[in-house]
Design a protein around this ligand. Structure first.
Ligand SMILES: Nc1ncnc2c1ncn2[C@@H]1O[C@H](COP(=O)(O)OP(=O)(O)O)[C@@H](O)[C@H]1O
Ligand SMILES: Cc1cn([C@H]2C[C@H](O)[C@@H](COP(=O)(O)O)O2)c(=O)[nH]c1=O
Length: 218
């Protein structure tokens, strides 16, 4: 039976890599798939992984209708066995409903990939709907790590390495700490709550305020 699966995790845990691997494995067995993405860092109509893999993809725009797109392809005599949907956190909740229809009414497997929560720990609309509708939610096995070594569970947005908590939900970017640039860093919940990024933790260790006093007068 066809399935709607949501592969989720933090940024940088290997979601796009897995999406491309799944596509490769299914295609190698003669199955016909379509890859979709939205706002990939490498540009429109692309799916890219930090391991260097990249492929063409159909760009999902605001008005895009997955069900209509697949029905049109099938009506034109095309074959569609599965959909790979990357950056699904950026999809609209209605588009996730369309994906569920593709599974239930057309018998096509849909594999979706995305982060669940934004830099403020709030669910993205697309991810929320996937958690509500998916047959399975799979948390990726390759764990991204916080600077402290604990498993990273949250995504922080940074400017010059300092965590920020104001701003638009969607700002395309990468894991980075370049001065002045908007970037992201994955953290454990404890350090996300305390807004302690790698750079701020390093700075607080180096700060004379927190060094033990020596040669104190008696
Ligand atoms: N130079 C490297 N050598 C080995 N693995 C790497 C390297 N660079 C990135 N990776 C792996 O790629 C993962 C990120 O993959 P990617 O598919 O881009 O993640 P996501 O889509 O979840 O943001 C990292 O967690 C790491 O395991
Ligand atoms: C936390 C968070 C992330 N984003 C953006 C940043 C990246 O462009 C993507 C995630 O891509 P990845 O392949 O999972 O690394 O999402 C955002 O727009 N808003 C956020 O709060």
């Amino acid at each position: 039976m066809a399935e709607l699966v949501f592969f989720s995790g933090t940024m940088d845990c290997g979601k796009s890599t897995l999406a491309l691997q799944l596509d490769h494995n299914h295609a190698a067995r003669g199955r016909q798939g379509i890859i979709f993405s939205r706002h990939d860092r490498a540009g429109a109509s692309t799916i890219s992984s930090r391991l260097g893999l990249r492929a063409d993809a159909v760009e999902v725009t605001d008005g895009f209708d997955f069900h209509q797109h697949v029905v049109q392809l099938l009506s034109a005599g095309g074959k569609v066995d599965y959909l790979i949907c990357d950056e699904a956190n950026f999809y609209g909740s209605g588009q996730v409903d369309q994906l569920a229809r593709v599974v239930d009414e057309l018998g096509i497997d849909v594999f979706t990939f995305g982060i669940t929560t934004d830099f403020r720990t709030k669910l993205f609309p697309g991810s929320q709907r996937l958690i509500e509708l998916a047959d399975r939610v799979e948390v990726l096995q390759v764990e991204a790590l916080c600077w402290c070594g604990a498993r990273a569970t949250h995504n922080a947005r940074t400017v010059g390495g300092v965590m920020v908590v104001e701003g638009a939900q969607v700002v395309v970017g990468d894991i980075a700490v370049n001065a002045g640039e908007v970037g992201y860093e994955v953290l454990c919940r404890r350090h996300h709550r305390r807004r302690l990024t790698a750079a701020t933790a390093r700075a607080s260790v180096l700060s004379p305020d927190v060094l033990p006093f020596e040669d104190q007068p008696a």
